[in-house]
Write a protein that binds this ligand. Structure first.
Ligand code: 5GP
Length: 183
């Protein structure tokens, strides 16, 4: 349901936060940073399903790294609008990443628990390097001190939907990013 610029999903109201032009500019900036850092290399991008699929699609094209590969893993730590605190792997990685330069592509870093767990798991498979790219990063929510290597936007600790991010599976298809309306 949509009313003027507001979006209502599952009875919660969201207001526009980042429009698609702003998102594109920052995703292209991050893509260029990755292209510069991985010039002459063959990185493997790990897109974290489901939320990162839109960002990953734009980001890998923005890098222009034709020798890169992309594959998909799935972790889940959220129910509704608040973190459950538990982090678990639902679908594992099937590609061999030993001796590879890995770049994880995630939609959002909130507490940092998911990111730390993923990096810990991946390092057991002896990659040459593991770096972390995220569309959104909430530094004030961190419970781990984790700092992503590539960040499109630093944001305050508020709940976001759109551009791949969901509310209980909905709203991933919004081209813009919306923030929950408070009060
Ligand atoms: P963390 O482990 O860093 O606390 O949480 C990471 C995961 O929580 C993200 O991959 C995402 O699925 C979910 N998450 C955290 N903040 C938000 C948010 O503002 N909106 C949505 N839709 N998901 C979020």
């Amino acid at each position: 349901m949509q009313k003027e610029n507001q979006i209502i999903v599952d009875g919660l109201t969201f207001i526009p936060y980042l429009n698609c032009e702003t998102i594109r500019t920052e995703v292209e900036r991050v893509g260029k940073e990755i292209a510069r850092d991985y010039e002459g290399k063959q990185p493997i991008f790990l897109c974290v399903l489901t939320g990162a699929f839109v960002f990953a699609s734009d980001l890998i094209r923005a890098t222009g790294l034709t020798d890169s590969k992309i594959t998909f893993i799935r972790y889940k730590s959220y129910e509704g609008t608040s973190s459950s605190g538990s982090v678990k792997q639902i679908t594992g990685l099937t590609d061999d990443i030993s001796g590879r330069d890995v770049v994880i592509i995630e939609d959002i870093v909130d507490t940092g628990l998911t990111a730390c767990r993923m990096i810990e798991d991946l390092k057991k498979q002896n990659p040459t390097s593991v770096k972390f790219a995220t569309l959104l990063y909430k530094p004030e929510s961190s419970q781990t001190g984790f700092v992503p290597d590539y960040v499109a936007f630093k944001i305050p600790p508020k709940f976001i939907i759109g551009y791949g991010l969901d509310l209980d599976g909905k709203a991933r298809n919004l081209p813009d990013i919306y923030v929950i309306k408070e009060g």
